[in-house]
Design a protein around this ligand. Structure first.
Ligand code: F6R
Length: 613
């Protein structure tokens, strides 16, 4: 949520800020702004709308200079408007601040600052920050860092901030607590950014700022202190992702590119973790394998799409091992009174590694002495850093707001962890493990098969996209697939969609069915009775004239008489069919969204990384 970029160096900051913001727009895109030191003062340009609106404003009212800070916003406090856009200023425009996060005690701070004579222009929580800094400077703070430290010690909540002050144009400042911020280390120039892709084509080294740290960046160097004023030694890391990974590479959208990347991502995970087609290695997990011996219980916590991955993880881990597994929404888990002890492993699933509720759940588990394993896509993220062990999904930057490749990589992570744990606990024979691994190795090609049929899926999407609603049904391993298919559809096409366990249909949602309702039924062949049960559920829909779109196994004629349209997928073991079936649903949602003319990579009201609760 919200993207921050800052630059200090010899180059004009404006194009660098705009380029960085364009790469961060997935984090928020309802308004944008920059503050640049220009002719001895800070010049601000900001406006409501996408970054293109800011670019238009800059065409008409240009500015150039250095240093500078920039922001792309996902509104929390105060509607998207020019006045609420960042940067926010104080002291007659001498101090400018961009912020990602929420200052929870902003109301009381605002009242106190108003009583002290500070005037507020906006409805945002952010505006208290420049005023707090200004107040500390007026009270006698001897440096910007000291003023920031004193100011931030009064703020409660989460923040990543960038600060520029026109009395000190040879530096920019940054601080973080609970919201991500990195420093890009260049040659005679330095950057701040919310995420690596923003500066990936400018620098090859970064410093991940830790919670409670304040950084001062000059052209020549970086110094970091903590909220107590003690100096901290920066740890410089090489950027491991390639610049091309954050480009569209000829695809019309990032989402379509990321859907196409899935076979490669999954092949990469298999190549890394599967040894000679016989066993699974978890060497770099960071957790002792012994843990899997002594475990009685696992609780998987996550949000949104990652929650659906967690639901699949529960089904699969229970199926492959004797460990009791629960799954919960992180936003619920952290506020309920879950009973668990040290024999429980908490598994946190998160693409971004910054989701506030998931992070809070991890902290709660650690306070109770539990070990935490995260399944995470972003090295250096808060969740990766705070977990005891990390399974990196290595899907590369996921920039489309709707998660695709990270999801299938999360499912693959659960499959590999499940086989690993079951073998270690001697709950699976070598032969069974080899069979499962062989089936897993066929998944990337099976996804290719589906992606290659995208034109057929597009035709089906074009036929069904225009109704007000759609229903997604699945059972067992594909119940989470149904939820995920519905989520993809609603978030990018804005068509209301509901995912349901097909067996639950008679308990309510069957009332929705009429001759207009598209009902997407995931009915791939299974080795148990679930397939036949699913066919019965489809017959019930057919009897009420619902318009069935079936996801069915190639060559299976069982669905032919029932479904109006069929999306074919290759034959797979049921356990792993969700990795392929979901790709058909991603494409179905994609083309429905395209037909409905939405902004697929940046759907309304959403942001990629949900760093506020
Ligand atoms: C939907 C989507 C979201 C995220 C959720 C959790 O396509 O992407 O539902 O899955 O916000 O995000 P992470 O995985 O970053 O914790």
């Amino acid at each position: 949520m919200c993207g921050i970029v800052g630059y200090i160096g010899q180059r004009d900051a404006v194009p660098l800020l705009l380029d960085g913001l364009s790469r961060l727009e997935y984090r928020g895109y309802d308004s944008a702004g920059i503050a640049v030191f220009d002719n001895g003062k800070l010049s601000i340009r900001k406006c409501v709308g996408r970054l293109t609106a800011l670019e238009d404003q800059l065409q008409n009212d240009p500015v150039s200079g250095r240093p500078g800070i920039g922001h792309t916003r996902w509104a929390t406090h105060g509607e998207p408007s020019q006045i609420n856009s960042h940067p926010h200023t104080s002291d007659g425009g001498h101090i400018a601040v961009v912020h990602n996060g929420i200052i929870e005690n902003y109301h009381e701070l605002r009242e106190a600052l108003t009583a002290d004579g500070f005037t507020f222009q906006s409805d945002t929580d952010t505006e208290v920050i420049p005023h707090l800094i200004a107040r500390e400077l007026k009270k006698g703070a001897t440096s910007i860092e000291e003023a920031m430290r004193l100011a931030l010690n009064q703020a409660r909540g989460a923040y990543a901030i960038g600060v520029t002050v026109d009395t000190e144009p040879e530096a920019i400042y940054a601080a973080r607590l609970g919201s991500p911020l990195i420093i890009g280390v260049g040659k005679n120039e330095n950057f701040i950014a919310s995420d690596v892709p923003a500066i990936i084509n400018q620098v090859s080294q970064v410093i991940y700022l830790n919670d409670g740290e304040i950084a001062k960046l000059t052209q020549e160097g970086i110094s970091i202190t903590n909220l107590k004023g003690e100096s901290v030694k920066p740890e410089i890391k090489e950027i491991t992702i390639k610049a091309e990974a954050a480009e569209k590479a000829g695809f019309e959208t990032f989402m379509l590119k990321e859907i196409h990347e899935q076979p490669r991502v999954l092949r990469g995970l298999l190549a890394k973790h599967v040894i000679d087609d016989k066993s699974v290695s978890m060497n770099d997990l960071g957790l002792s394998p012994d843990l899997f011996h002594i475990l009685n219980r696992m609780i998987i916590v996550s949000c949104g799409t990652a929650y659906h991955a967690g639901m699949y993880g529960k089904l699969l881990l229970e199926h492959l091992t004797s460990i009791a597994v629960e799954t919960d929404l992180a936003s619920e888990f952290r506020y309920r009174d879950p009973k668990f002890g040290r024999d429980t492993l908490i598994i946190a699933v998160s693409q971004s590694g910054e989701t506030a509720d998931t992070l809070a759940s991890i902290r709660m588990a650690k306070e109770r002495g539990c070990k935490v394993l995260s399944i995470c896509n972003v090295p250096g993220s808060s969740i990766a850093r705070e977990s005891d062990g990390v399974f990196f999904t290595e899907a590369g930057p996921e920039i489309g707001v709707a998660s695709t490749k990270a999801y299938t990589a999360q499912l693959m992570a659960f499959a590999l962890i499940g086989i690993f744990a079951a073998r270690l606990r001697e709950e699976m024979t070598q032969g069974e493990a080899e069979d499962l691994l062989q089936s897993l190795s066929a998944i990337p090609d099976a996804i290719h098969y589906v992606v290659d049929r995208k034109d057929e899926i597009k035709t089906i999407a074009n036929k069904h996209h225009d109704g007000p609603s759609s229903l997604y049904l699945g059972r067992k391993f594909n119940f989470p697939t149904a939820l995920e298919g519905a989520l993809k559809n609603k978030e990018i096409s804005y068509q209301h969609a509901e995912g349901y366990a097909a067996g639950e249909m008679k308990h309510g949602p069957i009332a929705l069915i009429n001759e207009y309702l598209p009902v997407i039924c995931i009915c791939t062949k299974t080795e148990d009775e679930v397939y036949e049960k699913m066919i019965s559920n489809m017959k019930e829909v057919e009897a009420r004239h619902g318009r069935i779109i079936a996801i069915a196994t190639d060559g299976d004629e069982g669905v032919a008489g029932v479904a109006e349209d069929i999306i074919r997928v290759p034959e797979m073991r049921d356990e792993f069919s969700p990795l392929v079936n979901v790709v058909a649903l991603q494409l179905l949602a994609y083309y429905a969204a395209q037909a409905r003319g939405t902004d697929i990579d940046k759907p309304r009201n959403l942001a990629k990384s949900v760093t506020v609760e």
